[in-house]
Design a protein around this ligand. Sequence first.
Ligand code: ADE
Length: 358
Amino acid sequence: EVENDCFNKVLGQPSFKREKRLCDIVEEVTLKDFETIRFLGNGAYGKVNLVKCKINDKQYAMKILDKEKISKRDKVENVFREKDIMFELDHPNICKLECAFQNESSLFFVLEYAPNGDLSGLIKKEKLKVELIRIFASEIINSLEELRTIKVVHRDLKPENILLDRNCHIKITDFGDSKKIDIDKVHIRLQRESFKPDVPYNENYSVDPEFEENFNIEPMNYEEPENEKEKNRERDNSFVGTPLYVSPEMLNHNLAAYSTDLWAFGCILYQCACGAPPFNGFTEQQIYDKIVNKKIFYPDFLDPVLKDLIDNLIQVDPKDRLGSAITKDNGIDKLKGHPFFEGIDFETVHKTTIEISE
Ligand code: ADE
């Protein structure tokens, strides 16, 4: 008997078979094919409802996006990017986009339904046990690995975007801020890294043109102008609060790379273990100051191996973050090799039994 899995790996095939989605089964899906069960929550451009599809009797989360709001905020491109990236992604720990359609006023994204809320709900109640953090962390790494295979940075990883499915395994969602990385820039970075002196990070909050040229990262509009923020707050009550998980390079240079998600990942692990995010404050400015100066406090009760992992992720210089290299053996595999993950089988972790005490 030949063991086929190892050949798949050698040939670089995905380790998870692509499942059929609603859009593969039904040629044209419309609103009439769904029955609304209840309201689930508010999104940036409208609400999310729990729906049942009359074609296959399955439940989905239907994200409704108001076309007028999208074009007023000049986010048409972002929404299409979100759709394309979510269709391309295919992983057990990433929320699948099953189909997308529109009517006169709205866009509809039909998503896998994750019935156990999100990580923010779980960590609000209590600190998580190290064993549970180990499973969640492994699954987040697996999802980040999938993002890298299609050269995507999420850019808005936070507990609210980490959903919990029926079996309490995680599903990353909300790719509204995500972006494809320009692979040519990645090469520029690799070639120049060896002789380029360290770039200072704490120079005001302006973009350093040399840094931008030499670093593998995409410019982004992180900050909404104050008046826009205010307007958005008024229009719907869904403005997402303080940016607790934003990385120093986004604040200092308005740039993001794969390693940007690693910073957020480190912050999320800290919050799971300690009960509060690592960089907090009363004003956004206070939070930003703590982030760019890495003013972090590690409590005594924190598991020392987990602390070491977190400290290797929360590094101000993106290149210093564990797993930041773009080569697999020096990047994601190095992260998987951290002692915190001893005993974890990354191929099967999404199938393990998770028990969460009420
Ligand atoms: N809220 C937003 N997206 C959701 C999803 N896919 N499942 C459950 N709740 C959600």
